[in-house]
Structure formats: structure tokens, C-alpha cells
Design a protein around this ligand. Structure first.
Ligand SMILES: C[S@@+](CC[C@H](N)C(=O)[O-])C[C@H]1O[C@@H](n2cnc3c(N)ncnc32)[C@H](O)[C@@H]1O
Length: 203
């Protein structure tokens, strides 16, 4: 989700990290990435296969002068070469539902330190089987937050539609082509727009 108040809510209960090493997988245009950079004194690697979206993030990083903290990489997570050292915190908003939960989960937790966290924002679907996958991989859910379809409309799609429909904002229609399609899908079937944050501890 491109607003961060719910991410903020789930992260608030975590113990403070000392200079955490953070990976944001499928960062897109990086709204959560920039928020993480402001919240934590540490380093962030932000990766996405979409060069165009990553370009938006790079532009914002330059404007905010946070470039020393955030490294962007136009690479697939599955091709990411890292040193043997793992991450303290990995964020994946909307990544596991693209690549498949079980396979994606197993590959991501290999790159998290014991005692580190994996924050997943996922479609709300197959909840029980996902919990079982998390349990059987030496991980446990320490927090979760369910967002129903009314939240998605109130905090995201409804606001975006209002902005796009303003006569002075017609140029936004070209920038938000995918989101306009999502708004149409939402209107046809709002119940598909339910999501959940899982805060997972690797032990
Ligand atoms: C639903 S979007 C979420 C974007 C952003 N995290 C947000 O919440 O606004 C999923 C992102 O995952 C990226 N992605 C898909 N497969 C990927 C892969 N194998 N490695 C890295 N990024 C990937 C897509 O390009 C897309 O930007």
C-alpha cells in the first residue's frame, strides 16, 4: 500500500534495532522505503524489477538528500547477490502475492538473521495455510493487522480518485494508469481488496 500509517502501526511494537540492515523487496516507487529511512538509523537496500518505478524512488531520494542511507538496485530478488551477512529487517509489501507465498517466504527468510523480522503485506487469502507455512519454517507471527476493503477505499483508492477527477489534475491520468485500472476493479468487486500485515520473527 502506498500509505504508511498501517506499516507504522505494525512496526511500533518492535524492539529498537541498533543500526539495522534493511531490505525492501519490490519497493516500487518507494513510499515505505523513504519512511523506513526516516525511522531507522541504518542502511536500506531497495530492490525492484521495474526500472521505471525505481526511477521515481531515485528521484525522491535525491530531492530528500537521503541517498547515503538508501541503495537502489534494479534486480530481481531471486538474482540478488548479497554478502553472507543477512538482514535485520526485510519488508515485502505486495511481493509474495506476485511470486507465490510459500516459495517466496522460504527464499526470503534465508536472508534474515536469527532474531530478525520479516514484514509481509499480502492479500488476505489462504490465511490458515500461510500461518502453517510460517510456523514450519522456524518463524512465528508476533503481530498482524487486517485491512478490509473499506480501509482501502477510504485511505487509498477513494482519495486517489478524487484527486484524479479534479479538472486541474488531468495530467495525473497518465501517471496512475495501473491505479485507475485497480479503481475499476475495486468498483466491480470490492471484496477482493482485503489485505493483511504479518510481522514475522525468525527464531
Ligand atoms: C504490488 S507492488 C508493491 C510496490 C510497493 N512495495 C508498494 O507497496 O507500494 C509489487 C512490486 O514488486 C515488484 N516485483 C515483482 N517481482 C519482483 C522480483 N522478483 N524482485 C523484485 N521486485 C519484484 C514489482 O515490480 C512491483 O513494483
Amino acid at each position: 500500500m502506498r500509505i504508511v500509517k498501517y506499516l507504522e502501526q505494525v512496526l511500533n511494537d518492535l524492539t529498537e534495532f541498533n543500526n539495522p540492515k534493511i531490505l525492501d523487496i519490490g519497493c516500487g516507487s518507494g513510499v515505505p522505503t523513504l519512511w523506513l529511512a526516516e525511522k531507522y538509523i541504518g542502511t536500506i537496500t531497495a530492490i525492484d524489477t521495474d526500472k521505471h518505478l525505481l526511477g521515481f524512488l531515485e528521484h525522491k531520494i535525491q530531492r530528500k538528500k537521503t541517498s547515503s542511507k538508501i541503495e537502489t538496485k534494479n534486480v530481481s530478488f531471486f538474482d540478488l547477490v548479497t554478502a553472507s551477512e543477512c538482514y535485520d529487517l526485510i519488508l515485502a509489501e505486495g511481493f509474495l502475492n506476485v511470486v507465490g507465498f510459500e516459495m517466496g517466504f522460504k527464499r526470503v527468510i534465508e536472508k534474515i538473521k536469527i532474531g530478525g523480522y520479516f514484514i509481509i503485506h499480502d492479500e488476505y487469502k489462504d490465511h490458515d495455510s500461510k500461518i502453517a507455512i510460517i510456523d514450519k519454517n522456524n518463524c512465528k507471527i508476533v503481530n498482524s493487522l487486517y485491512l478490509d476493503e473499506t480501509i482501502w477505499w477510504r485511505d487509498f483508492y477513494g482519495q486517489l480518485e478524487n484527486e484524479i477527477n479534479k479538472p486541474e489534475n488531468t495530467h495525473l491520468r497518465n501517471l496512475f494508469i495501473n491505479e485507475i485500472k485497480e479503481i475499476d476493479q475495486y468498483k466491480k468487486n470490492p471484496s477482493l481488496f482485503k489485505s493483511i500485515y504479518y510481522v514475522v520473527l525468525k527464531y
